[in-house]
Design a protein around this ligand. Structure first.
Ligand code: DC
Length: 237
């Protein structure tokens, strides 16, 4: 890619465990763009709520959490060895904790709180305004970066997504069964796509990719092809 090439914004939305972050991370690396994992930000807020006992019986204490939002400082710091930016919550690396089952089970109700969303959307827009960014999440093409030059919407069969997640978690040493993950996947799909504030939707200008029966390589190739086309188009203008 020529140095003079105008950079674009790329939004990758979709259901959980469709391979969004894997493809987004690699795409950003190959294009020399910044990768922003917005799910990690919702997860970090959830971890904060757990640590500060702001969740009782899976129900967040909304009012208290909203009051504490300004105390939640989030940042991404580049890890040279891993080749991506890790999530920091109030100065502490929380990358491992935010990926565990406890946070996964509680993140959707936290992400459904409007005040949490507007707090994080503001930060995400600041990160994306300079272009040269690949951002993944649920509302990137619809709310965070509605002017993104390329919008991808990833879908995949929930059972296949469960299998992939199971493998990932077992690789990390977490002993977990299929049904626990399957129920979590279905529940998150339901909450994410039915919540009142910025539900997961495919915008008319987004390109859908069904990742059920293609491997990571093929998924990446398709997204890379679309990205190159979008960059060419932006540079012709
Ligand atoms: O992508 P993920 O599984 O790490 O996301 C965690 C949760 O955060 C998911 O249940 C939905 C929510 N989320 C969201 O509501 N909006 C985003 N832009 C990103 C994630």
């Amino acid at each position: 890619m020529s140095k003079k090439s105008l950079k674009i914004a790329i939004a990758i939305d979709g259901f959980s465990s469709t391979g969004k972050s894997t493809v987004a991370k690699r795409l950003a690396k190959e294009l020399g763009y910044i990768y922003i994992d917005t799910g990690a930000m919702y997860r970090a807020v959830t971890l904060y709520a757990i640590q500060h006992k702001l969740i009782t019986d899976s129900t967040p204490n909304k009012e208290l959490l909203i009051k504490k939002l300004r105390e939640i400082k989030l940042s991404f710091k580049w890890n040279e060895t891993l080749g991506f930016a890790e999530m920091y919550l109030n100065g502490k690396n929380v990358e491992k904790e935010i990926r565990g089952m406890e946070v996964s089970n509680l993140v959707s109700p936290i992400a459904a709180i409007s005040e949490v969303r507007s707090y994080l959307v503001r930060l995400q827009r600041e990160m994306g305004e300079k272009k040269g960014v690949v951002m993944d999440g649920r509302d990137i093409g619809s709310v965070v970066l509605p002017d993104a030059e390329l919008k991808i919407f990833l879908i995949a069969d929930p059972k296949i997504r469960t299998e992939r997640r199971l493998l990932e978690m077992r690789e990390k040493g977490e002993n977990i069964d299929f049904n626990t993950i399957y129920n979590n996947v279905l529940e998150r799909d339901y909450i994410d796509s039915t919540r009142a504030d910025s539900p997961l939707i495919k915008t008319p200008d987004a390109i859908e990719i069904d990742a059920s029966r293609i491997d990571k390589e093929e998924q990446f190739n398709r997204v890379m092809y679309l990205a190159q086309k979008a960059i060419q188009k932006a540079n012709k203008k």
